[in-house]
Design a protein around this ligand. Structure first.
Ligand code: F7E
Length: 344
């Protein structure tokens, strides 16, 4: 059976991908930068596996910016597939910490690629490589965005992701590395970090319903995003590496929504009117905004047979249910439609 190495395994996508690959029968090695202080809470069910002899998930602590460590890790784990998900993933934070964002995403990806290339050359092994790209690279290019849309990033995060994307293509062209860039649009879940707008909203709505807070401060409400479910998106990562030829793919639902719609669904599930609680806070705005992302994943549908299975409303409902449940609450059930009257 195959072995996979996932950098950034402790993040939302890393945890879903590890679970998915284990279900496919893989042995999975995951790299996390920190394993203390609650940093690996998403991996708790995988680490709780009781039978040591059955164990197929292994956690490693270390930094992708440490070249020697990285090379050793690849040599020792001998992966068939390497998924590079490590990085600072918050766009707003990248304006505050641009150099760190560039280092871990752009330089970090170059270091992973170089370590992998050196490993393949020395061992004669073939290792397939997935790079976690982002729709944030499209930035100011108007929707719908697909693989042919010009990149026009509008954040240090987008710039760093674009450098990593280009580096991946260079290693593919220069050395014949089987390397794929996934260009993933926003993808969420109950495991989303609390500083991303979907989770910030669902968590606040649950807390307001529980009487723990009254206000939710948000930034620019005029933007539109194409939000999918992370569980669907990690399946696309894997599918890319199962193809005969390495290629780049946009992964998206093809539908964009306003933050007002997100608020409507989340607060509605908590039995609340968001207009009574949401306040505009300039501190939550970014120096530069990406106005509208809406992806065209037609290529992924044609070549990978990939389609999202969870729509926006079901996604936000699942997140709401999880955040309410953490506080001992349940969602307000949508009213049942009245039965149709039969007419003669
Ligand atoms: O913001 C606006 C904010 O932080 C979405 C990451 O996964 O997707 C994600 O990046 C929108 C932005 O995600 C607040 O300005 C308004 O326009 O949830 P977000 P993001 O920036 O789109 C891409 C594809 C990635 O690759 C990234 O890693 O919502 N917004 N008010 C706010 N956003 C936040 N976080 N907080 C607010 O209060």
């Amino acid at each position: 059976m195959k072995t996979a190495l996932i950098t950034g395994v402790a993040g939302q996508d890393g945890s879903y991908l590890a679970e998915f690959l284990l279900e496919q029968g893989y042995t999975v090695h995951g790299l996390a930068r920190r394993i203390e202080g609650g940093a690996i809470w998403r991996l708790a069910p995988l680490l709780a596996e009781s039978d040591e002899t059955e164990r197929r998930f292994f956690l490693h602590e270390g930094d992708i910016l440490d070249a020697g460590f990285l090379r050793r890790l690849i040599d020792e784990t001998q992966p068939d597939e390497l998924y590079n998900l490590a990085g600072q993933s918050h766009v707003g934070l990248s304006f505050v910490q641009p150099a760190r964002t560039m280092a871990v995403i752009a330089t970090g990806t170059a270091m992973v690629l170089e370590a992998l290339h050196a490993h393949c050359r020395a061992s004669g092994r073939q290792v397939r490589f997935y790079q976690a790209g982002s729709s944030e690279m499209f930035g100011a290019s108007p929707p719908p965005q697909n693989e042919d849309t010009p990149f026009h990033p509008r954040s240090p995060y987008g710039v760093a992701k674009l450098a990593a994307h280009n580096a991946t293509a260079v290693y593919r062209d220069a050395y014949g590395l089987f390397a794929c860039n996934g260009i993933l649009f926003n993808h969420e879940s109950p495991r989303r970090g609390e500083n991303f707008v979907t989770r910030k909203v669902t968590l606040a709505a649950a807390r307001i319903a529980a009487g723990m807070q009254d206000r939710l401060a948000l930034g620019d409400l005029s933007v539109r995003r194409d939000w999918g479910h992370a569980a669907d998106y990690v399946r696309a990562m894997w599918l890319m590496l199962q193809q005969e030829e390495p290629e780049d793919f946009v992964i998206a639902t093809g539908q964009s929504h306003a933050i007002g719609e997100l608020l409507e669904i989340a607060f509605g599930q908590a039995g609340l009117d968001w207009r009574r609680h949401v306040v505009a806070d300039p501190a939550c705005r970014r120096p530069l905004e990406v106005d509208h992302l809406c992806g065209d994943a037609g290529k992924a549908a044609r070549l990978l047979g990939w389609r999202p299975t969870i729509g926006f409303e079901a996604l936000i409902a699942e997140m709401m249910e999880a955040d309410l449940a953490r506080l001992g609450l349940q969602p307000v059930q949508a009213a049942q439609p009245a039965p149709r009257l039969m007419t003669a």
